[in-house]
Design a protein around this ligand. Structure first.
Ligand SMILES: Cc1ncc(COP(=O)(O)O)c(C=O)c1O
Length: 293
């Protein structure tokens, strides 16, 4: 159920560091198979990595449950928060995540910047992964040996080589302040409400509608993968686009999940704080027209 960005980097580094990756199973309705996940964690597990919320199905994973088993076995937990942090209150301490990442552009911020959280003692143990200015305390040339000695800067500067993305970080901070001003609990409540409304309205409007993943909206946040029988996801997206309604079509950088759903691709409607029930009514109205094709 992972975005490719939580698959491909691990595959790349596993070839360099020579470790084995085990993938936990996902049920046919897109929910995580917790028993399989837990059975795969052992004292040999170094790190487990999973998304908090799937970008395809909107399913919210119980990362706290998985983290507990990981920690009992001496493993670390990385959480991909790209689809949770913008949409709900997230407390890294409560989840006991060792590392967590999220992206700026999914929370009204700019592209090309995100956040990597790490527990301080973990970050302090880690070596820098990039070299350049700012990430050092001292770079001293020893006249006698002809060698350079380097002292790393403190955390987090040790990881921030070179001139940083200043504009991006100022803009992201402003976006975070804006969202926190509204209140993350309020945002979650608003989106849950829109999702429930959208599920009902879409089903009532379109008899050829196919909703993918679990139909239990208590497990989901505002992401709706769907299809219309007989039409490709790209046709659906093009048709909606003619009415100024933007959705995404394709496999949303999550091809393995589409294999589980036995789909070539899916259409995906997703909501945020700027969407309204009126827009959902309009969207459902266009879906009704689409099914005549
Ligand atoms: C769940 C999830 N993880 C990771 C990413 C990747 O984010 P970025 O493109 O900022 O690396 C996305 C983006 O679509 C996502 O939805």
């Amino acid at each position: 159920m992972e975005h490719h960005s939580n698959i491909v980097p691990w595959e790349l580094i596993s070839k360099i560091r020579r470790f084995t990756i085990n993938y936990a199973k996902v049920n046919e309705d897109g929910t995580l198979n917790y028993e399989d996940f837990e059975n795969k964690i052992s004292s040999r597990t170094k790190l487990i990595s999973l998304s908090h919320v799937s970008n395809v199905s909107g399913i919210i994973n119980d990362v706290k449950r998985i983290g507990k088993v990981a920690h009992e076995n001496g493993a670390l937990m990385f959480v991909d928060g790209a689809q949770s942090v913008p949409h709900m209150p997230v407390d890294v301490r409560d989840l006991d995540a060792d590392f967590m990442a999220f992206s700026g552009h999914k929370m009204l911020g700019p592209t090309g910047i995100g956040v990597l959280y790490g527990k301080k003692h973990m970050l302090e143990m880690m070596a820098p992964f990039q070299g350049g200015g700012e990430m050092i305390k001292d770079v001293v040339f020893n006249q006698k040996t002809g060698r350079i000695g380097i002292d790393w800067n403190d955390t987090p500067w040790k990881f921030e080589a070179g001139t940083p993305n200043i504009c991006g970080s100022v803009a992201l901070m402003e976006a975070i302040k804006y969202l926190e001003n509204i209140g993350m609990s309020e945002i979650l409540k608003y989106e849950k409400n829109l999702t429930e409304y959208a599920m009902k309205t879409m089903q009532n409007c379109c008899s050829k509608l196919l909703l993918y993943g679990t139909s239990d909206d208590s497990l989901k946040c505002g992401i709706m993968p769907f299809g219309v029988a007989g039409l490709s996801s790209h046709d659906i997206a093009l048709f909606l686009d003619n009415y100024g309604i933007m959705i995404r079509s394709g496999f949303h950088c999550a091809q393995p999940l589409h294999q589980i759903f036995k789909l070539q691709s899916s259409a995906r409607a997703s909501f945020y704080i700027y969407n309204t029930r009126t827009e959902i009514d309009r969207f459902a109205g266009v879906l009704k027209e689409i099914e005549q094709f």
